[in-house]
Ligand binder design. Structure first.
Ligand code: 13P
Length: 254
């Protein structure tokens, strides 16, 4: 036992109305009702945060958002701040998801600011890192991971990094049905832990939770969760179905 509590996080992306969110939570909370071995987190779109927050009350399930802006308030049309998310009941927030980087031009410097802002608002950032298909093909995976991890955490203290969550999400595995192998997920997770240890010290790195994300489903979740340095999963497509997601959470029980 390494003392790290597994985290199974659902990233719904731009899916589900409030009504659909309520329906999902009603089903999942029956299956996932709190058990100490693992933690479950649901990251709905901003519009469904309230509905999910009401639905999970008393269930032990945590609420997360999919993004935030680094300023607390001001003239930033369309943006949402950390304190606003905390007020909605969020405990977690995804930061630097590859879709934010690729589709919306988010830079690593932006990600570092958002990671800092999340902590300042009392939210635990789930910092997403991962290489593209081209980067992998040209042998740049390790360099990309190092940049994402070290620059993404540049504004954090060691104590904060010890409570951080990092999700390794290779871009080529996201939404493709072609996950990394569990060996690859373990190798990169160990690399991430080593990088954190080099910068912030080994005791800090030992507390850091590292998730794997990219085509995780009920059928392969246990294999990822069985890896020494993989402490959970960040699930996209398979998290939209309450039965499938419940099975993924249950995979952490064994
Ligand atoms: P999929 O599970 O759909 O591959 O998406 C992974 C992801 O991007 C989670 O953040």
């Amino acid at each position: 036992m390494n003392g790290r509590r597994p985290l199974l996080a659902a990233n719904w992306k731009m899916n589900k109305t409030r009504a659909q969110a309520r329906n999902f939570v009603e089903i999942v909370r029956q299956v996932v009702s709190p058990f100490p071995q693992a933690e479950t987190c649901i990251c709905p779109p901003f519009t469904a945060l309230g509905a999910v927050n009401e639905g999970i009350r008393g269930s032990g399930i945590a609420l997360g958002a999919q993004d935030l802006y680094w300023e607390k308030e001001g003239a930033y049309t369309g943006e949402i701040s950390g304190p606003m998310l905390a007020e909605c009941g969020c405990e977690y927030v995804l930061v630097g998801h590859s879709e934010r980087r690729q589709l919306f031009g988010e830079t690593i410097a932006d990600t570092a600011r958002k990671t800092r802002a999340a902590w300042d608002a009392g939210l635990v950032p789930i910092l997403c890192v991962g290489e593209s298909f081209e980067q992998r093909r040209s042998g740049e995976t390790e360099r990309v991971i190092e940049t994402h991890v070290l620059e993404g955490t540049a504004k954090l203290s060691a104590g904060e990094v010890g409570k951080l969550v990092i999700a390794y999400e290779p871009i080529w595995a996201i939404g493709t049905g072609l996950p990394a192998t569990s060996e690859e997920a373990q190798r990169i997770s160990a690399l991430i832990r080593g990088l954190a240890g080099g910068r912030f010290g080994d005791p800090v790195a030992a507390g850091l939770r590292i998730l794997y994300g990219g085509s995780v489903k009920a059928a392969n979740a246990a294999e990822f969760l069985g890896q020494a340095d993989v402490d959970g999963a960040l699930v996209g497509g398979a998290s939209l179905d309450p039965t499938e997601f419940s099975k993924i959470v249950a995979a952490a029980k064994v």
